[in-house]
Design a protein around this ligand. Structure first.
Ligand code: ST9
Ligand code: ZN
Ligand code: ZN
Length: 341
């Protein structure tokens, strides 16, 4: 809001030798518009977030220590379960259902996914989806909230510690959000988020071990709340950072998104990111199904079997093959039919 909590960043090297090659991602962004007064971009740090993320990461190290040395085994099982539950709320809920509309879900499943996504505290569904749709529409430009051209730190966590680039807000307005505005589950979550989120993400996960198996309250807090939350954030953020940097590009070699097995394994099947950027409407968010790290696909398949999920959209093997042949880097594992893999 004011200049008090903001820092205008301009490095020495940029002032003295603006013609010199910009080194950091930020310097590149700034150099692009340095002669257009209306479009110059100053980095404004949001210190509240910096402090919160510092706290979370420092005490996550302590939480990991406690998980190995002091926590009861029930607490570790509980922590893992909450982590999985919350993550699927993000992957199957915010991402594949609400953002990409890759399948439809009946009301009970939408309520369940909304609760799961609230535990994950990655902003309410509406805000999460708006940022992610903008990411897909304007990937790797100033309008991308986590523009990976600005380097690993920025697209991993840094973007959550600074004011957004004006282009995110201006161009972001071109993204249609009316479908979410007419989903009562999403509207209700947005309205009640400041109460439901702290309860579901921090209070309840820490209370359960204390109440049910007499866990030490501080152990419970650091392991089941702080550590669980921070690990899950980092797993998610790897999709924005690592999966835009290191891996193969079998479907489109001209975009930054890659196929990354490590990210897919940590991210419940969300690391097949080259495929996902090319075919964002596929409910699998990958060419292959649940047996290649894609637990999220397994979850949606299960609910499709009991009728709560329906109209699952996917892409034909023939279309994938043709696209890979036309724009891929040649690394698609095989052109054999899926059954043979
Ligand atoms: C978090 C999100 O971590 C992570 C998302 C990751 C996505 C990954 C996707 C990959 C697939 C899924 C993989 C899952 C794997 C899971 C495995 C797990 C093991 N368009 O934002 P504000 C406008 S969150 C259009 O305040 P500032 C709008 O008018 C972590 N317009 O901007 C808005 O007003 P309103 C926890 C937009 O002031 C206004 O601008 N959360 C857009 O620059 C102001 O918006 C935090 O840490 C847009 N895209 O502040 C909170 N954006 O909302 C962090 C904005 O009223 N956030 N507008 O309509 C903040 O504090 C701030 O947003 C800020 C920027 C400081 C970063
Ligand atoms: Zn996506
Ligand atoms: Zn991406």
């Amino acid at each position: 809001e004011t200049t008090q909590d903001s820092v205008v960043y301009q490095s020495k090297s940029q002032k003295s030798a603006s013609a010199a090659r910009p080194r950091s991602g930020l310097q590149k962004v700034q150099a692009e518009h340095k002669d257009e007064p209306g479009k110059q971009y100053n980095l404004k740090i949001r210190w509240r977030n910096v402090i919160a993320f510092l706290y979370l990461h420092v005490f996550t190290l302590y939480g990991i220590y406690l998980a190995f040395t002091a926590a009861k085994y029930q607490t570790n099982i509980w922590t893992t379960a909450v982590l999985i539950f919350a993550s699927i709320g993000v992957t199957a809920g915010a991402h594949r259902l609400w953002c990409h509309r890759s399948y439809k879900a009946k009301l009970p499943l939408r309520i369940l996914l909304c609760i799961m996504q609230t535990i994950a505290f990655q902003n309410h569904i509406y805000e999460w989806v708006r940022d992610h749709r903008v990411h897909h529409k304007f990937t790797d430009t100033d309008a991308d909230p986590h523009n990976s051209k600005r380097g690993f730190f920025f697209c991993h966590i840094g973007w959550l510690m600074v004011r957004k680039h004006p282009d995110v807000k201006i161009k972001g307005k071109t993204v249609d959000m009316s479908d979410l505005e007419s989903d009562p589950v999403v509207v209700w979550q947005r309205r009640t988020y400041l109460v439901t989120m702290p309860l579901l993400c921090f209070v309840l996960p820490a209370l359960v071990p204390v109440y049910f198996w007499n866990e030490d309250p501080w152990v419970s807090w650091y392991v089941a709340s702080v550590m669980r939350y921070t690990l899950q954030l980092n797993g998610t953020w790897l999709v924005n950072s690592a999966a835009h940097m290191w891996g193969y590009k079998p479907f489109d070699k001209d975009i930054s998104a890659v196929e990354n097995l490590t990210v897919a394994s940590l991210g419940f099947g969300e690391g097949w990111h080259n495929y996902h950027h090319v075919f964002p409407w596929d409910y699998k968010a990958a060419e292959l199904g649940p047996y290649r790290t894609n637990w999220t696909t397994g979850f949606i398949d299960f609910f499709s079997r009991i009728g709560w999920a329906y109209d699952l959209k996917t892409v034909s093997t023939e279309m994938i093959r043709r696209r890979a042949a036309r724009t891929g880097d040649g690394s698609r594992h095989s052109d054999a039919p899926l059954e043979d893999l």
